[in-house]
Design a protein around this ligand. Structure first.
Ligand SMILES: C[S@@+](CC[C@H](N)C(=O)[O-])C[C@H]1O[C@@H](n2cnc3c(N)ncnc32)[C@H](O)[C@@H]1O
Length: 154
């Protein structure tokens, strides 16, 4: 976290606390999507500092299998709510948030819900944000009926 602050990188957290909402296929899909989107972050001109909270249990096993620990990222076994020194200007991205994300700057950090739900369960990330006392915002999408997007699109 200190290094990210020094390099003034945007912090991007993936909240991996939703394993119980996913079956094995969805867990593998999550790990694969993370792996694909993270390689694009790696080659980005403005890379993010990546953080994975609740890196434990089944998702940790699968991500280890896929050699995700080789990624340059911060891995926390604990839940978001237990992480000390979270960035100040931090927003939880949720498709069910009332508030739209209109602007952000170099001090803004984001959390993405690490959840692949083939049968969409509403408000999972919104409820998590509320329970951690973190403000939830929705992306201003211009995609008609599609309100939820997957990691690659994010
Ligand atoms: C496949 S979605 C999971 C949707 C799930 N039903 C929920 O309650 O979050 C994975 C994550 O992508 C992010 N996301 C997807 N669509 C979004 C949107 N329209 N606005 C903000 N975040 C979005 C959220 O962080 C979400 O948790």
């Amino acid at each position: 976290m200190k290094e990210a602050k020094e390099k003034k990188l945007h912090n991007l957290f993936f909240d991996l606390s939703f394993s119980e909402h996913m079956n094995q296929k969805e867990l593998y899909s999550l790990a694969n999507q993370l792996s694909r989107s993270l390689s694009s972050v790696k080659f980005s001109k403005n890379p993010f500092a990546l953080h994975f909270s609740s890196y434990n249990g089944e998702i940790k096993k699968i991500m280890n299998e896929l050699k995700c620990t080789k990624w340059i990222a911060y891995f926390y076994e604990e839940d978001l709510a237990q992480i000390k020194d979270l960035p100040k200007n931090l927003f939880y991205l949720s498709p069910d948030a009332d508030e739209l994300l209109e602007t952000f700057d170099e001090t803004t950090s984001f959390i993405i819900g690490g959840l692949v739900d083939r049968t969409v369960t509403s408000c999972v990330s919104l409820n998590k944000a509320k329970s951690c006392g973190i403000k939830a915002v929705r992306l201003p999408l211009n995609t008609g009926a599609i309100k939820v997007i997957c990691f690659n699109q994010l």
